[in-house]
Write a protein that binds this ligand. Structure first.
Ligand SMILES: C[C@H](O)[C@H](O)[C@H]1CNC2=NC(N)=NC(=O)C2=N1
Length: 91
């Protein structure tokens, strides 16, 4: 079981395009084309399944919101920060 990160650890390690929202980290990715967002969400899902750590994904017109938290630990862990970087690599 991963350790919960402190506020300072999260602030220091969170990618610049991500934000902290309580026990979650969140990023809204913007796309010109709706189906590009759908395809991106599918690639995020593939990575999540490979890593067995699953985000909440909301697909909207021209944007995809991705939220990560570690449910078992009840907050933000290294797993969430790592997945955020992996999702960004899918762009
Ligand atoms: C049993 C538990 O649901 C699994 O071990 C995995 C599945 N995917 C998961 N995803 C996330 N975000 N947090 C978890 O704690 C988690 N647990």
């Amino acid at each position: 079981m991963a350790e919960l990160l402190s506020d300072d650890e999260i602030d220091a390690q969170l990618g610049s395009d991500w934000e902290r929202d309580g026990d979650e980290i969140v990023r809204v990715y913007e796309f010109d084309d709706y189906l590009d967002g759908v395809a991106f969400a599918a690639s995020v899902g593939e990575v999540a399944e490979e890593e067995f750590h699953h985000p909440e994904i909301m697909i909207r017109y021209q944007e995809v919101e991705v939220r990560l938290t570690s449910h078992e630990e009840g907050g933000i862990t290294d797993k969430d920060l790592r997945l955020a970087d992996l999702f960004d690599d899918e762009l």
